[in-house]
Design a protein around this ligand. Structure first.
Ligand code: PMP
Length: 359
């Protein structure tokens, strides 16, 4: 066999050893697996977007600085005026940009377990040593263990999602502040689910030189546009800018995101509806004696149920797709995660779960 037919000879062993990020087939299903906002934009706004798209100069490269979009984001998300903004093709790409920029030999990326899978995966892509400190059984931070690892490994960067995915909880804010203060490296607070939690570290940026705050528009209703952002001091962001590919945010994303941000109240009202549906879903799941529910500040709920694998497959047969976490980490044994959908979708999920549990 020629060397060109044999990936084992060419591809890095740590890449050969990875499983690809798994996206489940969802065609025709009630899709409650990926923390998307289930609501469309109002027709008048869609009409404005159609006009913008029709006249967009797609023969030209997009604005590489995207100043006008950054201004709209600054207003909509309350980014302190003295902080800079870096844009990414989703916040996934921002994690990658940061990792690439800090990937010296022996650099360490610290996070918790279980956490968003891309922290670990991107550490592997970029040849950074990954350290994941297990959460406590109730998914709170193990502060002592975190501080121990910080003292021992001196991580170049620590990623903490606030609220955390897949657990849905907010870590204790004072514990996070202790981690920021104890770290000689960067601490990135990933606020992907901020709209459903109401709390933020954005205001703390001015107090801590090693703090960065990451957001995304994905969970707010624009997952298909792919727009994430990082807010922080220019000293850091000007270095990350060198790693960012010049045209990473396309013209359609720039134009549409800016337009929708002129109507942020639409997205925030949708987030409020999702929160009230979350509370109904929480009450329902708590009423089931076979189910252990974990409190959520995000747009999804994690729960534990016997034979989670069987329940997950049975829900699929009812045309409902959620996420199976069982098997991905010991703390997530028999755990499933359901994204909050429309009232009708949530009702269908609850009815199907009820039927399955009582069979
Ligand atoms: N951070 C967290 C905690 C997430 O759960 C996700 C998406 N699941 C992301 C970042 C990435 O989001 P996006 O790339 O769509 O901005």
């Amino acid at each position: 066999m020629s060397i060109l037919e044999n990936p084992n000879q060419i591809i890095r062993p740590e890449i050969l050893g990875l499983s690809p990020y798994h996206v489940q087939a969802a065609s025709g299903m009630i899709k409650l697996d990926a923390m998307e906002n289930p609501y469309p934009l109002p027709p008048a706004l869609l009409e404005e977007i159609a006009q913008l798209a029709a006249s967009a100069p797609i023969n030209r490269y997009p604005d590489a600085r995207a100043d006008s979009l950054k201004f709209a984001l600054r207003q909509a998300l309350g980014i302190p005026s003295e902080m800079e903004i870096l844009l990414g093709n989703g916040s996934d790409e921002i994690i990658q940009i940061i990792a690439m920029a800090v990937a010296k030999p022996n650099a360490v990326l610290l996070s918790v377990e279980p956490a968003f899978a891309m922290f670990r995966m991107i550490a592997t892509f970029t040849n950074i040593q990954y350290v994941g400190v297990p959460l406590q059984k109730d998914f709170s931070l193990n502060l002592e263990a975190m501080l121990g690892v910080i003292a021992h490994h001196r991580p170049a960067v620590t990623f903490l999602a606030y609220p955390n995915n897949p657990t849905g909880n907010l870590f204790d804010a004072d514990a996070i502040l202790s981690i920021i203060q104890a770290s000689s490296g960067l601490v990135v607070i990933d606020e992907a689910y901020q709209a459903f939690a109401g709390v933020s570290f954005m205001e703390q940026l001015t107090h801590f030189p090693n703090l960065l705050v990451m957001r995304t528009l994905s969970k707010l209703g624009l997952a298909g546009l792919r727009l994430g952002l990082l807010a922080g001091r220019s000293g850091w962001l000007m270095q990350f800018e060198k790693v960012r590919l010049p045209y990473n945010v396309g013209i359609m994303t720039q134009l549409i995101a800016e337009k929708v941000l002129q109507h942020t109240s639409v997205l925030l009202e949708q987030a409020e509806t999702i929160k009230s549906e979350r509370s109904k879903m929480n009450t329902y799941l708590n009423s089931l004696e076979q189910v252990e529910v974990f409190p959520s500040n995000a747009n999804f709920i994690l729960f534990r149920v016997d034979k989670a694998d069987h329940i997950f497959e049975a829900l699929k047969r009812h045309n409902i797709l959620i996420k199976k976490l069982d098997g991905s980490h010991p703390l997530l044994e028999n755990c499933l995660r359901v994204t909050i959908g429309t009232p009708d979708e949530n009702k269908q999920f609850c009815t199907a779960l009820d039927t399955i549990l009582n069979q």
